[in-house]
Design a protein around this ligand. Structure first.
Ligand code: GAP
Length: 442
């Protein structure tokens, strides 16, 4: 990490705490390493990302349906999926400074932190194990899911029977996943508890390559639609040697995270998983998970194209991409230029003076049923604008003494700093247009 990129991460982490995006978990007890709690603004941004994903991947497509499966999963799921056998990382320790690294994250056998000598690699299991019921023995062992997709495969027949979906179709879900990462670091980029957004697209074996290309393009487009600058996104195809045990082909959508060695880090993986998972669960359970195509009267074990992204990584990319420092009118300001669809607070209602609080609260009560809004009367108007700029709030509505005469308020746009005066009676209508079409078309 360069001094600049280190500085950017420090500033962002500090802003996240200051404005209520993300807090270190268990902070009053010294913090739990690599665990993070999403605060009042963080939870809104996270939900906005997730609902944009659901809308793009599920609600607007007739051939993709959703589910929400259990986190504590039957141990045989992970035996059949190959996780118990394959899901571990080789780790090395520095003999001098005692830091621990994944072997594939270091070059040579010299510590990247202090230059010390590293140990031989040892395997480290990534699954979180726990037990259910009153007695802890081998028969009570269960696992917290390390990915959300396996329960989709296990439920394949249930979903087909319930929905009568025809090939090709997708099953999607979002939810928590858990991995006992050896080197959890870089804020929410790599944590032990995180949220995934996964979609398994079942198709005829001969069509998997085409769907793989289709979903790669669709997923890239989704990140661009969140407002992430296209030059900060790229697609990287995996080398044969990098492919996971289940994959025939894989690409990563990457973002220019400031802390990664070559400047790019994974946001999402798109994989052609073939029929590996359905067959593995058929073999292990003895159940038939094939698809009966009524038109051709064929039995098909579909191939799967998977799109698998992380909410935390998207959250971090969105914030990094939106963060900027600038000087306007001789004053420095920090701005989160978040896309208005993602911004946790969309409208801040600000009376110019405390004396106008009552009238401004009335405006807040008009606006808040329509948009996530806040009301702030504390501090000078300049300070309040800056607080909202840092929080990423796209529009401030200011009520001043003239408002008492002309019944109008001023809308200030965060990025251009342009202002328009509108009658209070048409404020909601005006804001609705701006939210739909962007500034200044509304
Ligand atoms: N079902 C396939 C699968 O889980 P993965 O590449 O291991 O593939 C998919 O994970 C996505 O989940 C990653 O691209 C990343 O966005 C997110 N992810 C994985 N491990 C993570 C971690 N420790 N912390 C935060 N996000 C993580």
């Amino acid at each position: 990490m360069t001094a600049d990129s280190d500085g950017l991460m420090k500033k962002l982490v500090s802003l996240c705490k200051r404005r209520g995006y993300v807090f270190p978990s268990g902070e009053i007890y010294g913090g739990l390493q690599s665990s993070w709690d999403y605060g009042p603004l963080g939870v809104e941004l996270k939900r906005n990302i997730e609902s944009k994903w659901w809308e793009y991947m599920v609600s607007t497509r007739s051939n993709v349906t959703g589910m929400d499966t259990a986190i504590i999963t039957h141990p045989r799921v992970w035996e059949a999926s190959g996780h118990l056998e394959h899901f571990h990382d080789p780790l090395v320790d520095c003999l001098k400074c005692k830091s621990r690294f994944r072997q594939d994250h270091v070059r040579g056998n010299v510590c990247p932190d202090c230059g010390g000598e590293l140990t031989e690699p040892r395997d480290f299991g990534l699954m979180f194990k726990t037990s259910v019921g009153a007695v802890e023995d081998d028969s009570s062992i269960v696992y917290l899911r390390p990915e959300t997709c396996q329960s989709i495969f296990v439920n394949f027949r249930n979903v087909v029977t319930a929905t009568r979906m025809k090939l090709p179709f997708g099953i999607a879900q979002t939810g928590k996943a858990f991995r006992n990462e050896i080197t959890a670091r870089n804020f929410v980029f790599r944590s032990r508890e995180f949220e995934q957004m996964e979609m398994e697209f079942f198709c005829r074996p001969g069509e998997a390559d085409r769907w793989f290309d289709y979903w790669t393009e669709e997923r890239l487009r989704w990140y661009a639609e969140l407002g992430i600058r296209e030059e900060n996104l790229r697609i990287r195809r995996h080398e044969e040697s990098e492919l996971a045990h289940y994959a025939k082909a894989c690409v990563d959508i990457e973002y220019t995270f400031p802390f990664t060695g070559d400047g790019w880090g994974e946001l999402e993986g798109i994989a052609n998983r073939t029929d590996y998972d359905l067959r593995a669960h058929m073999n292990a359970s003895g159940q038939d998970l094939s698809f009966h195509d009524q038109a051709s009267n064929e039995k098909i074990v579909p191939w799967v194209v998977e799109t698998s992204g992380g909410i935390g990584r998207t959250f971090l990319a969105v914030l990094l991409d939106a963060y900027r420092e600038e000087t306007v009118e001789g004053r420095e300001r920090v701005v989160l230029g978040l896309h208005r669809d993602l911004a946790p607070i969309k409208v801040a209602v600000l009376p110019l003076s405390r004396k106008l609080s009552e009238q401004a609260e009335e405006v807040f009560r008009m606006v808040s049923p329509h948009f996530p809004a806040t009301f702030d009367v504390t501090g000078s108007i300049g300070k309040r604008y800056r607080r909202m700029d840092e929080a990423g709030t796209p529009f401030c509505v200011t009520l001043d003494f003239d408002s008492l005469e002309d019944g109008a308020v001023t809308i200030r746009e965060r990025d251009s700093l342009d202002q328009v005066r509108v009658p209070i009676s048409t404020l909601v209508e005006k804001l609705t247009k701006i939210m739909e079409r962007g500034w200044p078309e509304g």
